[in-house]
Design a protein around this ligand. Sequence first.
Ligand SMILES: *Cc1c(COP(=O)(O)O)cnc(C)c1O
Length: 488
Amino acid sequence: MTWDEPLIFERSRKGRPGLRASRPDVEDKLAGTGLPAGLARKNAPRLPEVTERDAVQHFTRLSTWNFGLDHGFYPLGSCTMKYNPKINEALAALPGLRDLHPAQSPESVPGALRLMLELKKMLEEISGMAHVCLQPAAGAQGELTGMLMVRAYHEARGGARKVVLIPDTAHGTNPASSALAGYEVKEIPTAKNGVLEAATVRENLSEDVAALMMTNPNTLGLFETNVAEIADALHEAGALLYCDGANLNAIMGITRPGDMGVDVIQLNLHKTFSTPHGGGGPGAGPVGVCDQLAPFLPAPVLAEADGRPVLQWERPLSIGKVTAYYGHFLIMVRAYAYLLSLGPEGVRRAAALAVLNANYIRACLKDTYHLPHPDRCMHEVVFSDKGLPNGVITMDVAKRLMDYGFHPPTIYFPLVVHGSLMIEPTETESRETLDRFIAALTAIAAEAASDPDAVKGAPCSTPLSRLDEVRAARKPVLRYRFPGDAGE
Ligand SMILES: *Cc1c(COP(=O)(O)O)cnc(C)c1O
């Protein structure tokens, strides 16, 4: 690796451009008529002048500084950074799919609508929900869509109600989505064993409660065993059960939220259904609902009439469209390809392996790192830094893992565990990779005792070591200043 790559502006040499455009040989008809004078540039932009060779080398080098799934193990809890098979990319790049224009009429894209309809049916089958809508562009937008339907449902029955109950193990997007949908959030505690009890829900129920938002499996990696009883309690009080289904990879093909009494759920195609994510790329967060909520689904609703896919716009109670055009179609193509290539048995096996891998890590590290909830976990396992010697903390362990060639796990989340290390291996990692990772974490725990400075000073294999993360987020420096330029 080359770590001493300068900025592209520092590579620039006057008079060494990579491209020379010839002067136009037609008269400039727009001269003097186009841009208002005040908006025209007075000076040419100061672009770097580098050859094509320099530009290619520069960006290729920078690309190797980024740690991606194709580099190695990425056990970022709750994010499901599983390997995305390249065949899904190849299929999404087929010209007949890739080159469709979003503004094309439904009549001109029957094949694309058919693909969406088939995917929708598969997701209905997997989630056990009566209707799935593919529109939302991310998990959080799926949550908002779901909560807007919850509101519309209550309004149609006489009043929106005021409060949404959320357990203390919730993903941060849950309270945010409830608040955006106009609800007051009330946090409720989970029991000592990390799961929510029906009695706690009952104590907090009233005529003001619109819904409970529950992540299952929850962010401690535990299955919410009381979900059916909780659903009953909510329904008796006229409230609904929202399930955050971003972690469906732990249960798909094995059990179904719809069968547990869940009324509304979002799925993350870009986690569970193996489409690339991270870095703000497109995703998709389809939302599934029970029959009672179907009238409120975003229009247009994708349905089948005379064996053909159709888009239904006449939906008087719909909350309205939530995404431009058809949603993120090429993400749907990838998820469809993934599901077809796995088949029902493969889907079940993927979930089983996700759970097996997390439990393998749990069992191998439980005597080395503190395990606040020692029960069998689902797709992820949460350790903490409690008891590490010489003041070594979670942040140090995470940074030191980088020196061993691994992406750090999610840290300091969920908030209910102090100093948490949340590890999600996913089903796509081999036994050998898991063993190397376990060996690294074991070695770091030993270093914490024998050579704590090595851990506290980590990482030492990266060009920069510990950045001021708060300042990096609050005061980002995004602009190059040419030597001699005044600061502003
Ligand atoms: C990732 C995640 C979300 C949010 O999904 P985005 O697509 O990032 O908006 C919500 N809940 C849980 C449990 C998640 O893991």
